[in-house]
Design a protein. Structure first.
Length: 344
């Protein structure tokens, strides 16, 4: 059995605005943070890293404390781009939305390790997809709604189109309670698909050429050099196998994962990616298989997920195919593996 994928981390600034929102409701943030292993001193350091599980736990508990089932959405819509550090400043200085999305794709890992923002173009429609890769928290509603809410709020702000609405918004998580669905539809002002294959936003491709009101070409070049320097100096900078594996893991729930998509996300050609993987002793097809096998074990250990959920999250549309693959990997069915876990 392969070692599980490591925990991923995010900058403390991802919780920007939390204290102010909770204080406005008369709730002290300190005890909540402490229950999730975060001190007030750490909370005051934007560059301090917390695990994605800690982030999710804080958001979930804050939603309960404030009796706000859409807390993630509401927090995301009041956060500024500066919450994402150098990435946010670069996005703000972008000349248009196409450049902004491209920069988000390249530098999002500076803010949230293991997470990606990628762009798909098809039939005149642009889809921005937000993916996380933390096997300890494969699906998190509050984070997804916070992230997509922030994206739409910032597009409206940067373009000056306060009433802009996407074609549609898509979430991995199931449909929440009716009043929460109404609140989400009120904010996004478009159809929303729940229980979909991805977290993301669809818009006309032509809208990507919309200029921003905060464009600053000279500043952008400075920020891009700084962001590139940050990427090169990251002490935990993953290998090409690690980078490809994270992208594969994030895209598996969309079905087939092609080398073309992964190479595009890494800003290289498929041939270059194959060569770099080969230098580290891996072929792309083997990497997809290894990632599926690793994540399948992680998902089956999560009591919140059904066998159907686990199959979907590793890219199988039906249980029969998942059973066959799992038996090929471990010489036992997924159900037999879960029974063994319970027995132990």
């Amino acid at each position: 059995m392969l070692a599980p994928t490591s925990t991923t981390y995010v900058r403390m600034a991802a919780l920007g605005g939390l204290q102010e929102v909770m204080r406005a409701h008369g709730v002290d943030v300190a005890p909540l943070l402490e229950r999730h292993g975060i001190t007030l001193e750490q909370f005051g350091q934007p560059e301090h890293r917390i695990s994605f599980r800690q982030l999710g736990g804080v958001l979930d508990e804050a939603a309960l404390a404030l009796r706000d089932d859409c807390f993630g959405l509401h927090l995301g819509t009041v956060q500024s781009l500066q919450c994402t550090g150098v990435l946010g400043y670069a996005l703000q200085a972008s000349p248009d939305l196409r450049t902004l999305v491209s920069l988000a794709g390249r530098y999002f890992g500076l803010h949230q390790e293991g997470a990606t923002v990628r762009l798909q173009l098809a039939g005149g429609v642009a889809t921005t997809i937000y993916e996380t890769n933390d096997p300890q928290l494969p699906m998190h509603r509050q984070d997804a709604e916070m992230t997509l809410g922030q994206q739409v709020a910032q597009v409206r702000l940067l373009t000056g189109q306060s009433a802009w609405a996407p074609i549609s918004v898509h979430f991995l998580h199931p449909e929440p309670r009716p009043e929460s669905v109404r609140e989400l539809r009120r904010f996004f002002s478009c159809p929303i698909q729940f229980g979909d294959r991805f977290n993301g936003i669809r818009m006309p491709e032509a809208f990507l050429d919309t200029p921003t009101r905060t464009s600053d070409p000279a500043l952008l070049e400075i920020l891009k050099r700084h962001a590139e320097d940050c990427l090169s100096r990251m002490s935990d900078a993953p290998s090409w196998v690690g980078r490809a594996r994270r992208l594969i893991a994030g895209a598996l729930n969309g079905g087939r994962v092609g080398i073309e998509d992964v190479a595009q996300a890494l800003a290289m050609t498929p041939r270059t990616l194959q060569r770099r993987l080969a230098e580290e002793g891996k072929q792309f097809s083997d990497l997809v298989e290894d990632t599926r096998r690793d994540l399948a074990v992680q998902y089956l250990r999560d009591p919140r997920l059904t066998l159907t959920d686990a199959a979907f999250l590793v890219g199988y549309s039906d249980l029969t195919a998942f059973h066959r693959a799992f038996k090929r990997w471990f010489n036992q069915t997924p159900l037999e593996y879960q029974r063994q876990l319970r027995a132990n």
